[in-house]
Design a protein around this ligand. Structure first.
Ligand SMILES: [Zn+2]
Length: 158
């Protein structure tokens, strides 16, 4: 009988109760849950919401926006980040991502990890991944550098 190897990813240690999170984090997750309702995803039917808090306390939200020309679509995280940056805010302090998957938490795709890492060069920021029940029971707490260590940078990697 083949031996089953179980990898310990430490993932369980990063899952927290929503109620234990700081009020700012809870508010950010709630904003992402609300933003998810705006998702335009007629092709995948996979709704995603995101929210980014900037240094001045502002919250920018985004949803995924698909397109019949598939690659033209954009993820919720990049929608939220684009709204913040185009409003002059680049100092991201936290990000929340919300989607429904039975198997686990939805984390940002590779493109979004790189996109967000651009704004985490000076300071890493927490990333909260949750399911859309409001309020959610559990939240995966990670960070952008945790998800994408040694990301590409023109400025070199620190
Ligand atoms: Zn993405």
């Amino acid at each position: 009988m083949p031996r089953v190897i179980v990898y310990n990813t430490n993932a369980d240690k990063q899952v927290r109760d929503f109620k234990e999170l700081a009020p700012d984090a809870q508010e950010l997750i709630r904003a992402a849950i609300e933003a998810r309702r705006m998702a335009y995803c007629p092709y995948s039917k996979f709704q995603v919401g995101a929210a980014i808090q900037t240094g001045d306390g502002s919250i920018y939200t985004g949803c995924n926006i698909e397109n019949g020309a598939y690659p033209a679509g954009i993820c919720a995280e990049r929608t939220a980040a684009s709204k913040a940056v185009s409003d002059g805010k680049r100092d991201f302090v936290a990000c929340a991502v919300v989607a429904q998957q039975e198997s686990g938490f939805t984390t940002p795709c590779g493109v979004c990890r790189q996109f967000l890492a651009e704004f985490a060069m000076q300071r890493d920021f927490p990333l909260y991944c949750a399911k859309p029940a409001c309020p959610p029971l559990h939240v995966l707490v990670t960070s952008i550098r945790d998800l994408l260590p040694r990301s590409f940078s023109f400025l070199g990697n620190k």
